[in-house]
Design a protein around this ligand. Sequence first.
Ligand code: ADP
Ligand code: MG
Length: 563
Amino acid sequence: MRQLASTLDRIDRKGYGAYKDLSGSHDFEEFTLFVDRVQRDPFAPPSLIRVRTNTNRFDPSLFENPVWRFAFEDFLTREVDGAIRKVVGGNRGTGGSGRVEIQRPSQIVLPRTSMVVDDEYVEARMAVGLPARGRSVDAKAAKDMLLRELPEVVRLSLSPENVDANAAVLHVETIEDAAALRERLPSLGLVAFVADGARLPRESGASDRPLEEGSIPFESPPEMRVSIELPNRDEVSGMGVPEGVSLIVGGGFHGKSTLLDALSVGVYDHVPGDGREFVVSRGDAVKIRAEDGRSVAGVDISAMIGDLPGGKDTSRFSTPNASGSTSQAANISEALEVGASLLLVDEDTSATNFMVRDERMRELVRKEPISPFIELVKPLHEKLSVSTIIVVGGVGDYLDVADRVILMEDYVPSEATERASEAREKFPPRAPTTDGDAEISAPSPRTFRPSSINLRRGKKETARGRGLSDIELGRERVELSYLEQLAEGGQTEAIARVIGKLVSGGKGRSLREAVEEALAEVEADGLGSLGGFRGHPGEMSMPRSHEIAAAMNRIRSLRTDSG
Ligand code: ADP
Ligand code: MG
């Protein structure tokens, strides 16, 4: 610490580059500070530091198994984030001067690189903006930041005396319960579960935080209520959605999409207080939407779409510019390719001509290559064991293919399968609503050609995340804004690096195999194994194989071979 102070004195007012002298480790009383990367100038991306406590004095039961450990790491990340907000003054000069940051956690809990809870120590990985006056070192501000604020942040967030032990226990127990709940789903024949009392609506379209005022708690229809035992709280009751085809119907603005959205992030665990702690869906559930304009590389969509104009082959469909319907078909096929037992579809974000075709259009338009989704949902379940939950407001035809119907009225769900069949009897279709079930088989796997992806950008190779919904691979930007189940920028970063590894690995393999192997490696060796600067891995969080594959599928230069 004294060494650090004297180095700072020595470089005061020198050119900003002199901060390089801070590189390396510095002993503090309670912890070691590692300066892994020093930024080039005050406007460059921040410097990367790690703070490692000399001992881990937290109750070992808080991290006694892998689930508790990552949940506790998530908890401590939030503690550090809170302490930074309390202690750090912020702007101290040019550019990012004075900033102190830890990976900002969302409402979900994921394994992340921000924190390591080891038996011997706790290590927080942060980014700081070393203070500058103009473009020269501001030692006084740097001392205040590194010698006063930083130790205070550590004292408040990483010492057991100052951390609310009950909150920590609640955090890890909640995550363990949610994970257990999700794991129970298959053996109960369920694809999703929404706990009684859950609060689904969000603060706004731009915020994932719970809506505080006027939020109507979820209450299961009695017919669908199940109770499930959990490791920590005795039991949780709520709506179990069985396998098969389920519809969520209801008038506009009655909470249909809100319910479906909660299910689509139900593949992840949520923090206590989120309202969706016990809203879970199968971990391999995939939200399917239309995404016109995306590129598609050799995807078998023949089950959904037949002969296209110009004799385009739909068993190996490629296009730089998919339509609404072909993009949605590709999204389904790609989800099945990686493995999905549940598809979530909202008519709000679907291509109408992909969902249904009515009798008049059947009469008028004979050359229609699309088998609408309505003809697919039953075979998907019966042949491929893939269930579907679909939100429909306007298209009554779906009542004919539904195993059950959930009616949302004023945000309150009721079981309406009976009423739906009465409605069907009262208004039978004048003509068959479908041409019958479509043929479907699992899409044939594709091999990706690593050589089709060029990571070169000038002299360097790049594969990195740019915020939540962009990846930079060499000169290409991969756009991921329609991946609704991508939850954090840290996942995007991890996905970028996994793709980078797969490309440099050079081995052409089936996409699914490649992604699963890469992910298994990351799970075994930790996210940090994806690289970084010296000891600092950067900001990453664990992605799902589905989003990794989805990102690869959106690389415009991607070329694949079948089989
Ligand atoms: P739909 O898809 O049926 O048209 P949405 O799910 O988009 O309706 O919900 C409409 C509005 O109602 C949104 O602003 C949403 O936040 C709000 N909302 C949804 N569920 C609830 C609830 N349980 N309590 C209060 N407001 C809700
Ligand atoms: Mg809606």
